[in-house]
Design a protein around this ligand. Structure first.
Ligand SMILES: [Zn+2]
Length: 718
């Protein structure tokens, strides 16, 4: 196990709105006073140290007198993010208590040290970090060989404390202490035992009180954590009222018990505990009216990081730091009052719910409010009959990409691949069909009369988790997916994050609909690397409707095409392969066509083996505003295995006048044939010059070819 990856703290305040919502969720507002003005001043503390007999567990209390100015409080890993939302919630409820305790401790002259261990670099350049790094070096006492057994029986970190149904997948991303934790001008931010020792020596400190997470892991084992500093000769102690264990969910209430057991373990084998608020109270430095505790919800999710469930979800509430408090709750998003329902055991949710709860005693509110957001997943949609990745979008737009300025370094939205080129993969499941894009992005498709419903799953690409540097960014992407039909939003996902169960769409398409739009929009501010996927996405067909998938459209789909004439580079995207890709969408933008300026097409298809030939066809565009004209004639020829001695089967003349402005498409097709061939040569003659009457008359005419077809399947699609 890796103690370096064990715990973190409430969700990142990446945006102002995110931060504000988190503050509201936890019922917490900043408490203000950060300097030591009005300080009650240093005094002698009488610390009540609680230990336990290693065998019997019997509690013993001793009192130790120490000047408050010779005491430090060290906050381990109050981080700004963790993959498990329930841990984020558990850690978050400690912050108001911690902030208030630090305000009082500073008044007493107690030294406050923030120890974010893995992410002390997140504080580089701050006065508190530089003050610590700049202290005069002191020799670090040689460590003792004190080596108590590891507390692994208390549950490994690295897991999910939610209890399902959709457990949190491990990723990284903590970068600093939680910004809700108020760091005063007089505080320090440490990095390692040498620095903490430098400070303690300078200030005559031997007593170090540890707060934070996780009681069974980092709080004990990190470089300047409790165990290390005890080895270096310090009086290390844990504040048992401001710590939490990081455990796995085993049953309702198991996390509360894991914290109790972790503190007991420390008291038996490592060092004593104190109750920090009781100590401040004894020192006359505690505001009894301060509301600092809020209920803990298991599992937990919030608006920007919802907890998903199918059918029903069990949610348990507790408030271990206010023993005996009643928890009252609402499920209609209203503020809980003394008259709200009393929590008396696990709640069962059957629908999307905003759950608000707060502690009460004797009809009086005695703590802060917590809020959870739980989202019922729609049922799983059926598989589509027609996949969007087999259709050419009417329009596509994507972050730093536009169909008008395609560049090799910025690939097009990818059919049937993740945008980074890997497989489509959401929450550990690979999908064959779908679209991989960046966010924000927009895919717009024409609705065909055969389409009945739009069905899809959508989620945030988890390719970032493939490497450690990416995992550090995995906390950032948060995206909302929207499906609109003819301009009206028909369905919308909640905020989606990496490793969430993909959201499910199953949207009926009203008769007469024209366009369907699939949007992936930021839920907050732009985060580079927000890649998204629509998977198993497409359309179901109306009963009795038929659809020919592109690969079945004709028998040359996927076959190699050789060009004797070169298309203009600006209209050569995709190369010759677009002529046999089974897609005929020349009207839906010009991508997927090849454009020839002033010259004709001379293309040869290799069918790989000799097959019966029944009909040949070619699909062209006319759009005279752009100088694009149908060919004057198309010559269809075939050859046998050797690819020589082509024999013309038909020459088809243009039948649409050049005065038809379009945009229109036209199929040049042979009559029915009965022959065999391996090679098919299709030559189309360019009109040559743009005709008289056009503003560009006399300039070279364009020829746009979309698809070359061998034995087209059925007539409806053509
Ligand atoms: Zn979790």
């Amino acid at each position: 196990m890796n103690i370096g990856t064990s715990q973190g703290q409430p969700h990142r305040p990446q945006s102002a709105s995110c931060w504000l919502i988190a503050a509201v969720l936890l019922g917490w507002l900043p408490l203000g006073i950060l300097d030591a003005e009005g300080a009650s001043g240093p005094r002698i503390l009488e610390l009540q140290l609680q230990r336990r007999d290693p065998k019997s567990g019997a509690v013993s209390i001793t009192t130790e007198r120490v000047a408050s100015t010779n005491v430090a409080i060290v906050m381990i890993d109050f981080w700004n993010y963790h993959w498990c939302a329930t841990w984020v919630g558990r850690a978050g409820v400690m912050i108001p208590r911690m902030n208030q305790a630090l305000i009082e401790a500073r008044k007493l002259g107690i030294t406050v040290v923030h120890a974010p261990t893995d992410c002390s670099s997140g504080h580089a350049g701050t006065p508190q970090r530089e003050a610590m790094a700049g202290l005069a070096p002191q020799p670090l006492p040689k460590p003792s060989d004190f080596n108590p057994p590891a507390p692994w029986g208390l549950g490994f970190g690295g897991g999910c404390m939610c209890g399902g149904p959709y457990t949190c997948a491990a990723n990284y991303g903590w970068t600093r202490q939680d910004p809700r934790l108020l760091i005063a001008a007089t505080d320090f931010v440490s990095s390692g035992p040498h620095e903490l020792n430098n400070l303690c020596v300078a200030r005559g400190i031997k007593h170090v009180i540890y707060c934070g997470g996780a009681a069974n892991m980092c709080l004990l084992q990190k470089q300047e954590a409790m165990l290390a500093m005890i080895r270096h000769g310090y009086h290390g102690m844990v504040a048992r009222d401001i710590t939490e264990a990081h455990s796995e969910f085993t049953a309702p209430g198991s996390a509360d018990r894991a914290t109790e057991k972790s503190v007991e373990y420390i008291e038996k084998l490592i060092g004593p505990s104190i109750h920090l608020i009781d100590e401040l109270r004894k020192a006359g430095s505690w505001e009894e009216q301060a509301l600092v505790d809020a209920p803990i919800l298991v599992p937990w999710g919030f608006k920007l990081r919802p907890k998903f469930f199918d059918t029903a979800l069990a949610v348990s509430l507790s408030i271990p730091r206010l023993p005996g408090a009643e928890i009252r709750y609402t499920v209609d998003a209203t503020e809980p009052t003394a008259e709200s329902p009393l929590y008396a055991g696990t709640l069962r949710l059957n629908d999307t719910t905003t759950l608000r709860c707060a502690p009460f005693r004797n009809g009086r509110r005695i703590g802060l409010e917590s809020e959870g957001y739980f989202v019922l997943m729609p049922p799983k949609p059926p598989q589509p009959d027609v996949f969007i990745s087999d259709l050419r979008p009417h329009k596509m737009n994507m972050a730093i990409w536009s169909e008008w300025y395609a560049e090799a370094s910025r690939p097009d939205p990818r059919p049937d691949r993740a945008y980074d080129g890997g497989p489509l993969r959401l929450r550990g499941v690979n999908y064959k069909k779908g679209m991989g894009l960046r966010a924000p992005s927009h895919l717009i498709y024409e609705v065909k009369p055969e389409f009945d419903r739009f069905v899809a799953r959508a989620g945030v690409d988890e390719g970032l988790l493939k490497n450690d540097l990416g995992r550090e960014r995995a906390m950032y992407p948060h995206v909302v997916f929207k499906v609109s039909i003819d301009g009206h939003v028909a369905a919308e996902s909640p905020v989606m994050r990496i490793s969430q169960e993909p959201w499910r769409f199953n949207v009926p398409i009203p008769p007469g609909s024209r366009m369907i739009s699939l949007a992936a929009a930021h839920a907050g501010e732009f985060n580079p690397g927000e890649l998204v996927q629509w998977v198993d996405a497409g359309f179901t067909l109306k009963p009795g409707a038929t659809w020919i998938p592109p690969e079945k459209l004709h028998q040359a789909v996927g076959r190699t095409v050789k060009l004797k004439t070169d298309p203009a580079p600006v209209y050569a995207t995709g190369g010759a392969a677009v002529l046999t890709d089974g897609r005929m969408d020349a009207l839906q933008g010009r991508r997927g066509c090849l454009g020839f300026e002033g010259i004709g097409l001379d293309a040869t298809i290799d069918l790989a083996s000799s097959i019966p030939i029944e009909r040949l066809a070619a699909h062209f565009l006319q759009d005279t505003a752009g100088g694009i004209y149908l060919p004057t004639e198309v010559d269809f020829a075939v050859a046998d295995e050797n690819g020589k001695n082509f024999r013309t089967l038909a020459t088809v003349k243009q039948s649409v006048p050049t005065s038809e402005p379009g945009p229109l498409v036209h199929m040049f097709s042979t009559p029915a044939i009965q022959t065999r061939a391996r090679f098919v040569r299709i030559r189309a003659t360019n009109l040559g010059q743009i005709p008289v009457g056009h503003s560009a008359a006399g300039a070279k005419a364009w020829l746009f070819v979309d698809e070359l077809l061998v034995n087209p399947n059925g007539s409806s699609a053509l």
